[in-house]
Design a protein around this ligand. Structure first.
Ligand code: GDP
Ligand code: MN
Length: 379
């Protein structure tokens, strides 16, 4: 779950990390209700789940209420790299002297928290030279110590006062603690600003909370715009369903098999448009719900790849056939089915007029051929 900047800053505030004074404006018509929380000069910032807002015009300055409202009006409704701006965050404008960078993320190789720190912030970390970035690994069992802070601050060039270094060290510790206690996958401050009067403060936030910890992190409401309407519908029904750019619908069971199916399809040049993970179910109702979602996604053809262990292939096959008949789905279906009651399942699928194959490779190849044919027919 990605947080908007203002939510990330609430998280910072809870962790004791200094942030500018600000107020969230969910819509233009509520401007009057936040007026007395604003101070000028102010920055009006687009709230979208994508970076690079500055360059896109999503960050503007204002000197009074009228200007702030006018800037908000300009920004709300803007499209930033495919994300529609629905709200803004208005905060006091900082007198920024230097822009630094810090983030915490999970390093799967070392199974530790990785803290990245650089004196060259305000730009994407990917464009900062590697030797200008400190990489500090923190063992979650022992936590953050002062030596981690010293290791990070070692990349600072001359010119940082003792007090600035002290504030920075404190903030790094707070960031690490917040990263852990809010179950984050990523927590980033960019820019980490140092103001002209030597105050260290978080000017931006980027936070991703692990979805598996949502039950513990109820404080933050999910910004739904990350999902399509269909994805939201699927989410509500507990079905893993993701829309992509292509036109082929992929149905598999289990996250691993679903991924492998997408990879195979990709290998043969097929373009998945939606994928649906049935999970470990052969419950006909759940299969039916999943198929109804698939229908709404309007795939040009469907690839079904199932492995039956505890779930029985024939039950799932029956479920799929039934929904096809009932719902009037009429695109070509390529199937590959393996495991418990495989034979029966294949019969059912063949009877239903579906194409059956023996291996995932065959199925993926067939799909990609059919797709090319369909594209030709349209053209
Ligand atoms: P992003 O472009 O989406 O990452 O948005 P940021 O919040 O990081 O802002 C981008 C840039 O706008 C920053 O690097 C700053 O240079 C500038 N900026 C943002 N807030 C302030 C502010 O309060 N004062 C000043 N002077 N510049 C700001
Ligand atoms: Mn930023």
């Amino acid at each position: 779950m990605k947080l908007l900047e203002y939510q990330g800053k609430q998280l910072f505030r809870d962790a004791g990390i200094p942030i500018p004074k600000g107020a969230y404006l969910p819509s233009l018509d509520t401007f009057d209700t936040i007026k007395d929380r604003l101070s000028y000069p102010a920055v009006v910032k687009a709230q979208v789940l994508i970076g690079g807002r500055g360059k896109a015009g999503g960050i503007q300055f204002a000197d009074n209420d009228a200007e702030a409202k006018a800037q908000a009006k300009k920004i709300i409704g803007m499209d930033i790299k495919g994300h529609e701006v629905k709200s803004v965050y208005i905060e006091e404008k900082l007198d920024i002297d230097r822009e630094l960078y810090v983030s915490c993320l999970i390093d799967r190789t070392t199974r530790k928290t990785l803290m990245l720190f650089s004196a060259e912030g305000g730009i994407e970390i990917e464009s900062v030279p590697e030797d200008k970035i400190a990489k500090v690994y923190i063992d979650p069992l022992t936590g953050f110590s002062q030596f981690h802070a010293r290791q990070a601050l070692a990349v600072l060039p001359d010119g940082y006062s003792k007090d600035e270094r002290k504030q920075l060290a404190k903030m790094l510790g707070q960031l690490y603690d917040a990263f852990r206690s809010f179950d984050c996958e990523l927590l980033e401050i960019n820019p980490l600003a140092i103001t002209k009067d030597g105050q260290v403060i978080a000017a931006d936030s980027k936070a991703i909370i692990n979805d598996a910890a949502k039950f513990r992190q109820k404080k933050f409401e999910e910004e739904a715009s990350e999902y399509t309407e269909l994805e939201k519908e699927a989410n509500a029904q507990g079905i893993a369903f993701i829309q992509l750019d292509g036109t082929i619908g992929v149905i598999a069971n289990g996250a691993g098999l679903t991924m492998a199916t997408l990879d195979a399809l990709n290998e043969y040049g097929g373009n998945a448009g939606v994928f649906l993970d049935l999970g470990g179910t052969d419950d006909p109702d759940q299969v039916a719900r999943a198929m109804r979602l698939m229908k709404k996604a309007k795939p040009s053809l469907i690839l079904v790849n199932l492995f039956g262990g505890i779930t029985k292939c024939d039950t799932v096959a029956k479920g799929i056939r039934e929904v096809f008949e009932k719902e009037g789905l009429d695109c070509p279906v390529v199937t590959r089915i393996k495991g418990t009651n495989e034979k029966e399942a294949k019969e059912i699928l063949k009877d239903a007029g579906f194409i059956t194959t023996n291996t995932l490779q065959d199925a993926a190849k067939k799909c990609s051929e059919l797709e090319k044919q369909q594209i030709k027919e349209v053209a």
